[in-house]
Design a protein around this ligand. Structure first.
Ligand SMILES: NC(=O)C1=CN([C@@H]2O[C@H](COP(=O)(O)OP(=O)(O)OC[C@H]3O[C@@H](n4cnc5c(N)ncnc54)[C@H](OP(=O)(O)O)[C@@H]3O)[C@@H](O)[C@H]2O)C=CC1
Ligand SMILES: O=C([O-])CC(=O)C(=O)O
Length: 439
């Protein structure tokens, strides 16, 4: 049996031994101990214990013994132990947080993971553990991702595990970024997509409910993301519904860019942009409440016909326009928008401004149907939570558009009744229901 000798708990002083070359010995992590690693297995992942407890962990998770039966599997250099308290420059760092990413071998993740590990998302004093969820099919690609993370030498990246089991990946997670989903293929009905992807998010909701931190924040990216988020939260009744988000931040960013272009200003001058509704072509980019340089958009952009027609359509179909150019859907800008969405929750929202997120509608002050996930304007104190913005103006144009997106989401919800404990599915989707990328 090959065994790695670790003479110190510090990360930088340990010897690197690749786990695939070693077999299991012990998981006790103290200085001056013998440590070896299990061979890579596709069903069981190893998470190495460390001297830091994850933040906010209250989940009634299966008891973690020192040698759990299904010991999760760490990856390569991340199997080496460390002790943040032992190094001068890391003593002041915060407690490790656990971040799960599904679809981790996909295009969006390929951009996102490196941002998460670099410190640009959670801060330069926030060590992270990345827990990557893939599938049997993509397991080798997932190993490739983990190898690239190893080679990037990120000081803040203290643990990486790869797995195809959501119950292992979601154990004690503080954030779950749910990206993995099946794209709609040629000839596939939207109802089929809702069902196929809905099954994934129902299973992941159940796993989060069982093993994640009770305070986990969940951002659903995989499409159709609003209804997937609804399915996920319905299958996780022990986690507050408020903690679930569907990503509409990319749409907000796209809207800001178009307004800036038309007004001839740089996009940092555009604020208070809400995307209402579904992440689909019925989404409503709100120019009534948006501001440019502090002024109402309609005072700066006098061409109101452009706002109602061209601007709205451009934002709704930006994903499709990009696919036509690239031959694949937005990945880099989506990952940037996921970073923006997280940062908006962990930093106080600038005075007077807000951000868009697809959130649970129950108790909303706008009269939008309850019990769906709808993009609305939010503000955060920076504690991971948010409040809906109250002082919002509506006019007939805005209300009519919002109603259309609301009707679409209610129809999507009827299609997934079987996945949310609401009886038999009945699918009567509007003809023109499309993802942004389907135009
Ligand atoms: N909300 C938003 O603003 C946006 C959302 N999206 C959506 O994000 C999702 C991911 O996009 P992207 O990263 O570009 O896509 P990729 O195809 O590159 O990656 C998708 C990942 O999803 C996983 N996946 C595919 N089918 C299944 C399945 N049946 N069960 C579980 N996992 C599955 C794949 O994992 P594996 O290889 O392991 O099977 C793959 O790694 C898509 O649904 C896309 O529509 C995209 C852009 C914007
Ligand atoms: O439709 C897609 O898969 C891509 C998408 O969501 C977008 O670009 O907004």
């Amino acid at each position: 049996m090959a065994v790695a000798e670790l003479s110190t708990p510090s990360f930088i002083n340990t010897r690197l031994v690749h786990p695939s070359k070693l077999s299991f010995s012990t998981t006790h992590l103290h200085s001056h101990r013998r440590l070896a690693f299990p061979p890579l297995s596709r069903t069981h992942n190893a998470r190495i214990s460390c001297s830091l407890a994850p933040n906010q962990v209250q989940a009634p998770a299966p008891a973690q013994t020192e040698e759990p039966k299904n010991k999760p599997e760490c990856y390569g250099v991340f199997c080496l132990t460390y002790d943040l308290k032992a190094e001068e420059e890391t003593k002041s760092w915060k407690k490790l947080i656990n971040v799960a990413v599904s679809g981790a071998a996909g295009m969006i993740s390929n951009h996102l993971l490196f941002k998460l590990a670099s410190g640009e998302v959670f801060g330069a004093d926030q060590p992270v553990a990345l827990k990557l969820l893939g599938s049997e099919r993509s397991f080798e690609a997932l190993e490739g991702v983990a190898m690239e993370l190893e080679d990037s030498l990120f000081p803040l990246l203290r643990e990486v595990i790869i797995s195809i089991d959501p119950y292992e990946v979601f154990q004690d997670v503080d954030w779950a970024l749910l990206i993995g989903a099946k794209p709609r293929g040629p000839g596939m009905e939207r109802a089929d997509l809702l069902d196929i992807n809905g099954q994934i998010f129902a299973a992941q909701g159940k796993a989060l409910n069982a093993v994640a931190s009770r305070n986990v924040k969940v951002i659903v990216v995989g499409n159709p993301c609003n209804t997937n988020a609804l399915i996920c939260l319905k299958n996780a009744p022990n986690i507050p519904a408020k903690n679930f988000h569907a990503l509409t931040r990319l749409d907000e960013n796209r809207a800001k860019c178009q307004l800036a272009l038309k007004a001839g200003v740089f996009y940092d001058k555009v604020s208070n942009v809400t995307i209402w509704g579904n992440h689909s072509t019925t989404q409503v980019p709100d120019f009534l409440n948006a501001r440019i340089d502090g002024l109402p958009v309609k005072e700066v952009i006098k061409d109101h016909k452009w706002l109602e027609e061209e601007f709205t359509h451009k934002v709704q179909t930006r994903g499709g326009a990009l696919i036509k150019k690239w031959g694949r859907s937005s990945a880099a800008s989506t990952s940037v928008s996921i970073v923006d969405a997280i940062k908006s929750l962990v930093n106080p929202t600038p005075e007077g401004d807000w951000f868009s997120s697809g959130v649970y509608t129950t108790g909303n002050p706008y009269g939008i149907a309850e019990d769906i996930v709808f993009s609305m304007p939010c503000r955060s104190k920076g504690d991971g939570d948010y409040e809906l913005v109250k002082d919002i103006k509506f006019d007939d144009y805005l209300l009519k558009r919002i109603t259309k997106s609301e009707a679409e989401l209610l129809a999507e919800k009827r299609c997934v009744g079987h996945l949310i404990g609401q009886g038999i599915a009945f699918c009567d989707l509007p003809e023109d229901t499309m993802l942004p990328g389907e135009m």
